[in-house]
Design a protein around this ligand. Sequence first.
Ligand SMILES: [Zn+2]
Ligand SMILES: [Zn+2]
Length: 210
Amino acid sequence: MSTLPTLLAATAAGAALWTLAEYLLHRFGMHHLHGRGIMSREHLEHHVHSTWSFDVNHLLSWTGMLLVGFGAWMPLTWWLAGPLAGVGVAVGWAGGYFFYEFHHAMAHLRAPGGRYGRWLRRHHFHHHFGRPMANHGVSTLLWDKVFGTYERPEQVRVPRRMALPWMVDDAGELHQRFREDYVLVGAASSDERTASLDRARAFASIAPTA
Ligand SMILES: [Zn+2]
Ligand SMILES: [Zn+2]
């Protein structure tokens, strides 16, 4: 194969490989481990409040994923299919990973801007608030379809205390334009008992109560 097609095919393969890793890591490396190991613990902490904010652990995962791409996938593919394929796979892997990181953070922080963003949020927040053992893919539903964990919610029931900042107005009510996709349930405030229940349920991969 000539240069460009090889590079493009390898990049696409690297990105596809990432989406499979995204699914497997999230399902088995995070939820099935119930908080054993830093990756699982950090992810289940993310489920406790369903917020997203930058912390140093992100630098750790960014570095780790770049190392996997350029330190493992690149030399392996290079050895199997040549330098172009090696570089392409690593670039596709890293691109797929940062695409996922960006869209996951934005889903928690910003209102959807288009059809894909709207789909991704409903898919991912069903994972958070409906069934944490479904919808493990964030950027694509492909692997959930393949492995039988795909669920398409009619409407996502969001505990009011966990409502995403972009969902609600100043009075804490759901914006009109999101009412087709979401409904707020329960109280806005949390007490000690609710907080410890939220933690226990997140670490057991069970949806939070209303
Ligand atoms: Zn999330
Ligand atoms: Zn999760």
